[in-house]
Design a protein around this ligand. Structure first.
Ligand code: ADP
Ligand code: ZN
Ligand code: ZN
Length: 748
């Protein structure tokens, strides 16, 4: 018997078994019905027990001896579709972003592993005190010590915690069961509320939408109610009331008994934001975050699947919430880097959301004050419907922005990190008892450590990056956490002139204390937010005005409302311009706009000081004016000239190995394989590399990269597929690991 097609079938969709698929043949009669994601019935095991499974892959060649492959028995039509959709989505992600089907399934399917019910167990005495007393003496006579201990404790306190009985009283489960059978005690199990939201819910006053907001909300609701599904981009300046618009539309969707996923970058998923949604929608909401255990997240997925909630709010992974009747996906701050996965499959949440929405006939709303070039480009091309919110909702004036040329300051004998203008305005705000935010768009403390005599730079022995000094006298690798003591002599030339350079948030804080000793200062960066809750603690102290100045990295510019902040100072705006990747200007523009958006959120108008060595750079000039369109125009010229996304597409191939020579060799073979594959068609294909990555070694693994640029994404997908096959079949690449990243957002 021969077949045309074979299906890989997954039997149990649980995390542990994802790697285990079984191949079945697809009989001719099912060849059109059987597609990826289909629910099928197959004969399983020796007894050919009939069980359910899902098709995760289809091939034209069998993996085993053809006589050992059984045909599948039936394709179930109109099956419960949520699993089918998610499996199909996983398959699409594998195709579009690379990696194996297992990588994708693990990303998409909820983890079943830790389904611990959350419950409180306790033990209660069932007999009265007199009977207990009698039993107590009886057990003592019989020398039944465990029973004696338990009864003694229960006579003092009628209800005991189950785990205390086991752990502290050292009473075994079998002893407990014995007494239960005799009717002396009982075990009480109370299920705990699985809702992760513990705040008390206060109902919000619903803001009446202003005209701009109402126009957008009405348009989208009209579409929705008349069955039109689409992708929308809301470009609205900070504070223009995007969240209010989302909530208005969400209401219309849940009124139709459909569900909504709201993605918010984790860093902006603050108490304030969550409370707003809670106040509006109450208990039918759940949230997810990375601090939750896998079991807790699985629990939330289960609640969604069972229809206990209508709205899921969370970061990237919330995209896969198994709602049965999804109507809308919202991605707020859609330009954020955190929407791109850093592990394989290296997917971006926006195209995945759009794909998922297409599969189930839902809509997608993207929102941002500074849309990504990709999204705005698509909106211009008519792929997304574009809406604008141009005014702050609360009538606050947009802030006044000063651009300060740091070269001029130096000429005027100002050697401090604060320009004359910034100093003047800080003093002014301190005198008026208003608040100030000082922002440094680079992570960290004092920068790298180098020798002023010979130029030697202290590097991590495991990674190809410089070590960063901390004020505890240690130097630390931010990549692998390696640390050592700051040497007193240069290891290369033995001079004493080895020291930390560059300005970090810690240094800024020191200067603030020196220059403005009367001010109360808080600092927020990686260093001060190590522990759970640190983040909230600092922000809440600042919002209660327990400090006058908040110094920080980009963490401080996201998603917070501080009505008394009337001055924002950006210490060195150029720092992010030289990040060395093609998105550096875009990121600088976004950060500056966001930082500016923090000034004057309420009745008092705000001011912003941008200090820079490049006052003429377009990303700084346009950010200062809040002119997104002009920034977009200029940046698109650059992207077009260089063939960078969104004008063309990039496929990054990363080859890694424990051996330096192996990594280089493999990258060479891959490069040659690519050239052979594209043949003469390489006019339109740009190949850059192979070459060592910027981060050429990380955790003792050597890294080589090849960049491919082409106008057509699908053509790059073909190359990826070809290389995946080459990797599986060629001995040449043994001992090397291969990864793909389309249109990368992080540097390699
Ligand atoms: P965005 O999400 O665009 O940054 P928000 O939705 O957070 O903006 O709105 C900014 C502030 O304005 C919030 O405090 C919000 O409560 C308020 N706000 C938004 N829309 C209105 C409105 N129509 N009437 C009154 N206040 C509003
Ligand atoms: Zn030296
Ligand atoms: Zn390291």
């Amino acid at each position: 018997m021969s077949y045309q097609k074979y299906a890989d079938i997954i039997i149990d969709i649980s995390h542990e078994n994802l790697d285990k698929t079984y191949q079945y043949a697809i009989p001719e009669e099912f060849s059109t019905q059987a597609t990826i994601g289909s629910l099928v019935i197959v004969p399983f095991g020796r007894g050919n027990r009939k069980i359910n499974g899902y098709i995760v892959n289809i091939a034209t060649e069998p993996k085993l001896d053809i006589n050992k492959i059984k045909p599948l028995e039936q394709v179930v039509e109109d099956a419960p579709v949520i699993e089918s959709h998610l499996i199909y989505l996983a398959y699409w992600m594998k195709e579009t972003f690379g990696g194996t089907i297992n990588d994708s399934l693990k990303t998409v399917m909820p983890v079943k592993k830790a389904v611990k019910r959350k419950e409180e167990k306790s033990i209660r005495l069932l007999v009265d005190q007199k009977q207990a007393n009698d039993l107590y003496y009886e057990y003592q006579r019989k020398n039944n010590k465990a029973r004696v201990r338990l009864l003694e404790a229960l006579m003092k306190k009628a209800v005991l915690d189950y785990s205390d009985v086991i752990d502290k009283l050292k009473v075994s489960r079998s002893t407990i069961q014995g007494l239960e059978k005799l009717g002396v005690i009982e075990t009480i199990i109370k299920e705990i509320d699985r809702n992760p939201i513990k705040h008390e819910i206060k109902e919000n006053r619903i803001n009446e939408l202003n005209l701009e907001q109402k126009y957008i909300a009405d348009k989208i609701k009209n579409d929705y109610n008349s069955g039109i599904r689409s992708t929308y981009l809301i470009h609205g300046i900070t504070g223009s009331g995007k969240t209010e618009v989302y909530m208005d539309i969400i209401e219309a969707v849940i009124a139709k008994k459909q569900q909504v996923i709201v993605l918010i970058p984790e860093i902006a998923l603050t108490y304030q934001t969550v409370l707003r949604f809670l106040g509006r929608f109450g208990k039918r909401i759940s949230i997810m975050n990375s601090r939750m255990s896998q079991g807790e997240r699985y629990d939330q997925f289960l609640r969604a699947k069972n229809g206990e909630i209508d709205i899921m709010i969370g970061p990237r992974s919330a995209l896969f919430t198994p709602f049965q009747n999804l109507g809308l996906i919202i991605i707020d701050e859609e330009h954020e880097n955190s929407y791109k996965s850093e592990i394989t499959p290296k997917y971006h949440a926006v195209p995945v959301a759009i794909k998922r929405a297409q599969l189930v006939n839902a809509s997608v709303i993207l929102g941002s004050a500074t849309p990504s070039l990709e999204s705005y480009h698509k909106a211009m091309a008519g792929e997304y419907q574009l809406f604008r919110l141009t005014k702050r909702a609360k009538d606050a004036a947009t802030p006044k922005v000063w651009i300060i040329d740091l070269r001029e300051e130096l000429k005027n004998k100002n050697r401090s990190i604060f320009s004359y203008k910034l100093k003047e305005l800080i003093n002014d705000r301190l005198a008026k008892n208003e608040q100030i935010m000082l922002f440094l768009n680079r992570r960290g403390y004092a920068g790298f450590v180098s020798c002023r005599s010979c130029g030697h730079v202290m590097k991590c022995p495991h990674c190809d990056i410089s070590l960063t000094s901390h004020n505890n006298g240690k130097i630390v690798c931010h990549y692998c956490a390696y640390e050592e003591r700051l040497p007193s002599l240069c290891p290369a030339c033995k001079s004493r002139y080895i020291a930390a350079f560059g300005t970090g948030t810690q240094k800024v804080e020191e200067y603030v204390r020196k220059e403005f000793p009367q001010a109360r200062t808080l600092r927020m960066d990686m260093d001060t937010t190590r522990n759970k809750g640190d983040h909230e603690k600092i922000l809440s102290a600042f919002s209660k005005h327990q400090a006058d100045i908040l110094v920080g990295t980009q963490m401080i510019v996201k998603g917070h409302d501080f009505p008394k902040v009337t001055l924002v100072g950006i210490i060195a705006a150029d720092l992010s311009l030289y990040a060395g990747d093609f998105r550096a200007s875009e990121r600088t523009f976004q950060l500056l706009c966001q930082a500016a958006g923090r000034a004057g959120r309420d009745a008092i108008p705000g001011e912003v000081v941008i200090q820079t060595y490049h006052p003429e750079h377009y990303s700084i000039v346009t950010a200062a004016r809040g002119d997104y369109e002009e920034f977009f125009r200029q940046e698109m010229l650059y992207r077009g000239l260089m063939k960078y996304p969104p004008v063309a597409h990039i496929l990054l191939v990363l080859a890694t190995s424990k051996e330096e020579s192996k990594a280089a060799e493999s990258a060479y073979y891959i490069g040659e394989a690519i050239k052979e594959f594209i043949g003469d068609d390489n006019e339109e294909m740009q190949i850059i590399g192979p070459a060592p990555a910027n981060l050429s070694k990380a955790n003792d693994i050597y890294r080589q990269v090849i960049y491919l640029k082409h106008d057509n994404y699908n053509h790059l997908v073909e190359i990826k597929n070809y290389l995946e096959g080459f990797y599986q079949n060629s001995e040449l690449l043994k001992g090397c690991n291969l990864q793909f990243d389309f249109n990368p957002m992080s540097s390699y």
